[in-house]
Design a protein around this ligand. Structure first.
Ligand code: ZN
Ligand code: ZN
Ligand code: ZN
Length: 148
């Protein structure tokens, strides 16, 4: 699979050691469109690799977030969610998170006002805090069509 090879190369360029947990976690997240919690990731990996520890999963996720391979965001239930970042479908998007059924909607058809607000906010924050803004996560919490 060429897509897979691509991130493998990127990954190897970034860190010297390619370990099994990193590989299987990236593999798992790259195959799903779901936003998974640590517990869900651990549960699916555990079926295939009963030797894997929860601490390893946490550590590996941290590393993958720092290396820019996956995205982490709070889902409003006290648990972070993780998603794969580099395939086309997962290009920059914002989230609508239903706090009742936990459905997470990805959207990238941003409204103009939203883009403008984000851009302006980043500029002002950069100036105010002398901070170099490199990115953002945006999540809106509420009730989905079914739950409201
Ligand atoms: Zn954005
Ligand atoms: Zn809902
Ligand atoms: Zn998403």
């Amino acid at each position: 699979m060429p897509g897979q090879l691509k991130w493998r190369h990127r990954f190897q360029a970034h860190v010297s050691r390619w370990t099994v947990p990193r590989e299987v976690i990236l593999d798992l997240l790259s195959r799903t469109s779901k936003h998974m919690s640590v517990k869900e990731i651990y549960a699916s990996l555990y079926k295939m690799y009963p030797g894997i520890g929860l601490t390893t999963v946490y550590r590996t996720l941290d590393l993958l977030v720092r290396a820019g391979f996956i995205n982490r965001f709070p889902s409003g239930d006290g648990q972070n969610r993780y998603e794969f970042k580099s395939n086309k479908k997962k290009e920059h998007h914002h989230h609508l998170v239903c706090i009742k059924c936990r459905k997470i909607i990805d959207y990238s058809d941003f409204v103009d006002e939203e883009l403008e607000l984000v851009k302006k906010t980043e500029e002002i924050l950069a100036k105010k805090h002398s901070f170099n803004v490199l990115g953002h996560n945006i999540e809106f919490y509420g009730l989905c069509e079914k739950c409201k």
